[in-house]
Design a protein around this ligand. Structure first.
Ligand SMILES: Cc1cc2nc3c(=O)[nH]c(=O)nc-3n(C[C@H](O)[C@H](O)[C@H](O)COP(=O)(O)O)c2cc1C
Length: 353
């Protein structure tokens, strides 16, 4: 298996990466009361030490009352949590890695053992004041990321959480300027978040946004049904200051629109001219939703992935479960040690290997 293309360096603005492998953001919910522990720092440092070019943290939340849906999701505000994150980024840098936090607000998804719906106010439509404060808190967390020494920041705009709830016509029924009849109008909230972050971090600091057509609430829905609609969605985000589009799919090989084998990251790059990240079942046969219903899956080779990378469809490749299972996954790929690659085991979901 020729994987040389995965190990070429990448540079964009202030961001210099030794290779194309990105650890996908994965919620582990093991930060007691929102404070990242030494175990979390060690977990990320192990990936940094084993050839992961860029680590994106698990979703970490902004300073808003309903920003998380499990107690042990890490915060990205407050002295104690930020000290925990400082420990994380220092450990990653000491091990030769680069990292950015994935800044998150879960929106109207709070129904977990930690926050059962009957014990909380039913989700209500955000007032314009709520919206302005939420935008300001996204910017404040991004600025903190830069101040703590992180290399990039990622905005979580995917998978049916707050930002995606604004994009999606099913969840965004607002009649003010944050609602709208098309994807361009419903992107206003995300655009304002990106602009506020850009103003807070300056021109050189790389901003990634993670987007998905699919939602946890609906796997087959699409925000953009045609390349033209995708342009209406992505170009205003580019204009607002997005550097890299992180295009979430459950299976990277699935074409986005009929008549071409380009995937989401392929179309996003073609439309915006910006670097893109692909993701979805890299190195594994079965997709991520199986993992949430207790299924493992077998390993898969990287022939189709590298074919697309070499063709220039996308610039970077995010890897989720394969790196959750095995901190040395990227190192084994680099050394062509395919024998040592592991299948994904369902019980790994709860373990910080
Ligand atoms: C345990 C777990 C937690 C996840 N948490 C997040 C998250 O916090 N933010 C996010 O954008 N995606 C999250 N995802 C999705 C992954 O980033 C990734 O897109 C998905 O697992 C597909 O990649 P894979 O097939 O390589 O695992 C999570 C996935 C897993 C398995």
């Amino acid at each position: 298996m020729n994987t040389e293309s995965l190990f070429k360096p990448f540079q964009y603005k202030n961001l210099k990466l030794k290779n194309r492998i990105v650890m996908a953001p994965m919620t582990r919910a093991q930060s007691d009361n929102g404070i990242p522990t030494q175990q979390i720092a060690d977990y990320y440092a192990r990936r940094a030490a084993s050839e992961v070019g860029l680590i994106l943290s698990e979703g970490t939340v902004i300073n808003r009352p309903a920003s998380k849906n499990m107690q042990n999701i890490p915060d990205f505000y407050g002295t104690e949590a930020l000290n925990g994150w400082k420990n994380v980024i220092d450990a990653v840098h000491e091990n030769g890695g680069k990292m950015g936090p994935q800044i998150w607000h879960v929106g109207d998804t709070r129904n977990s053992p930690d926050y059962p719906l009957q014990d909380m106010e039913k989700a209500s439509t955000m007032t314009l004041e709520d919206i302005q404060d939420t935008i300001a808190q996204f910017a404040a967390s991004a600025k903190k990321a830069k101040d703590l020494g992180f290399d990039v920041v990622e905005i979580h705009g995917a998978h049916g959480y707050l930002i995606d709830q604004f994009f999606w016509e099913v969840t965004n029924t607002r009649t003010d300027e944050y609602g709208g009849k098309n994807i361009k109008e419903r992107s206003r909230f995300a655009v304002d978040v990106v602009k506020a972050i850009r103003a807070a971090v300056g021109e050189d600091f790389t901003i990634i946004i993670r987007l998905s057509q699919w939602k946890q609430q609906n796997y087959s829905t699409k925000l953009a049904n045609t390349p033209e609609e995708m342009a209406e969605w992505l170009l205003p985000l580019k204009e607002a200051g997005v550097d890299i589009f992180h295009c979430s799919q459950r299976r990277f090989w699935e074409p986005e629109f009929e008549g071409s084998d380009l995937n989401f990251a392929g179309w996003a790059k073609k439309i915006t001219g910006q670097p893109t990240i692909t993701v979805g079942s890299v190195g594994l046969k079965g997709d991520v939703m199986g993992a949430f219903s207790g299924q493992g899956t077998e390993k898969e080779d990287l022939t189709e992935l590298t074919r697309r990378l070499e063709r220039g469809d996308f610039d970077l490749v995010a890897v989720g479960r394969a790196l959750l299972q095995d901190p040395e996954w990227a190192k084994k790929i680099k050394e062509q040690n395919t024998e040592a690659l592991q299948d994904f085991k369902a019980e790994s979901m709860g373990v910080l290997y």
